[in-house]
Design a protein around this ligand. Structure first.
Ligand code: PMP
Length: 389
């Protein structure tokens, strides 16, 4: 059985989402139909909307269901009638939406540079301003200073949108203080293909899809009732999760890996980070080689964001942080769940040590795109012990 340590890419459905979706599957009915079947579907959607609003401390009118965070991010930014400021480490679904957006730089630890943001806000501009900064970074796990950003925005009468995909359910923040936020169900134990945008109460949003009148005409199309029910249940469950043990595991894992390979670098190490995410370099061993070797040894990890895996490209976020190219090319992301056990982490550390020992000896990426097969390491047994032949 492969140990899954790629929870920032996607997470398994949690028990309450499965239950809610099973309930939804027993039912048929277009929520726009006036008959009893339709009314029941409408009721389920409105119940889920209220539930999500309660979880986030916002009013239910602000919840607009979408196909996920990509759509929500696009929706938030695409038609904003004014100046848009986005951080240099945003997900592509924010970065690519407004080519006219001004870039907010980040520090070497991947934290938004608040002074630079203030300088941008202070520049004369006649019209509304929207700041878009994610809650936490999908690759580094670095948590952004949203409270400071909200305070600055208030001072300069700007609005704040946040891509909260990796933040909600993992740390507490008064989410209701944001003007807009994007959520994705599949990162919090709900299904993929559903998410929402929390809009500003009197937001001049234009729909970028044309069609029916669903979601107050802001997002036309028959609602994904089953997905929406799963998302609401997952969000409710995520509020009760305790990440303190995961945080301890993550910190001890970092220490162990840095002891094994003192030349490794934990990217964003000095910043406040998510309890579950480590982005660490393995000097001399390309990220893809690491991912393939870990896969062979029964561990699912990632070389960066899932959206860019498959295509080998350097991370724009790491570039914006000024991470040297050699480190970008050797970075591995390990993302835990609150269910990840100490045994799993211990086994991972042992396999890390073996892969590092073997692969780093091949100097300067001579292994290149070839898979390095670790023939003399057998699988880790259930108790986390390594069998060497
Ligand atoms: N933003 C961030 C920070 C993400 O990690 C992701 C998923 N990789 C997205 C947006 C896109 O979310 P979705 O898959 O729901 O479109």
């Amino acid at each position: 059985m492969t140990v899954y340590l790629d929870y920032n890419a996607t997470s398994p459905l949690c028990a309450s989402a499965i239950q809610a979706m099973n309930d939804g599957m027993q039912w048929v009915g277009n929520p726009s139909s006036v008959h009893a079947y339709g009314r029941k579907s409408r009721q389920e959607i409105e119940r889920a909307r209220q539930d999500i609003a309660n979880s986030l401390g916002v009013s239910s009118q602000r919840v607009i269901f979408t196909s996920g965070a990509t759509e929500a991010n696009n929706m938030a930014l695409v038609h904003f009638p004014g100046r848009v400021l986005v951080s240099a480490i945003e997900h592509d679904s924010v970065r690519f939406v407004r080519p006219d957006a001004l870039m907010i730089p980040v520090t070497n630890d991947g934290v938004v540079d608040l002074q630079a943001l203030e300088n941008l806000l202070a520049a004369p501009y006649d019209g509304p301003t929207l700041i878009s900064v994610m809650a936490a970074h999908n690759e580094t796990g670095v948590i952004q200073p949203l409270a400071d950003i909200v305070a600055l925005a208030k001072q300069y009468k700007a609005c704040v949108h946040s891509d909260c995909v990796q933040g909600v359910g993992r740390f507490y923040f008064p989410w209701e203080t944001l003007s807009m936020m994007s959520l994705s169900a599949h990162k919090i134990g709900g299904p993929a293909g559903v998410g929402c945008l929390i809009i500003h109460p009197d937001w001049p949003l234009n729909a970028f899809l044309k069609g029916g009148g669903q979601e107050r005409s802001l997002r036309p199309g028959t609602e994904n009732m089953i997905g929406i029910m799963g998302m609401a249940a997952a969000l409710r469950q995520s509020r009760h999760q305790d990440w303190s043990q995961t945080n301890r595991l993550r910190i001890s894992m970092e220490k162990a890996l840095l002891t094994l390979s003192p030349d490794s670098n934990v990217i964003g190490q000095q910043a406040i980070r998510l309890p579950n995410t480590i982005l660490i370099t393995m000097p001399g061993v390309k990220s893809e080689t690491q991912v393939m070797n870990f896969d062979l040894q029964g561990f699912a990890v990632s070389s960066g964001s899932a959206c860019s895996s498959g295509k080998v490209r350097l991370s724009p976020s790491l570039q914006a942080m000024g991470v040297p190219k050699a480190e970008q090319e050797t970075a591995l992301r390990v993302s835990l769940n609150h269910t990840t056990s100490e045994d799993e982490v211990e086994s991972f550390i042992q396999v890390w040590s073996q892969i590092y020992e073997r692969c780093s000896k091949r100097s300067h990426f001579e292994q290149d795109d070839n898979l390095v097969i670790l023939t003399n390491i057998k699988r880790v047994d259930n108790h986390g012990a390594l069998n060497l032949t």
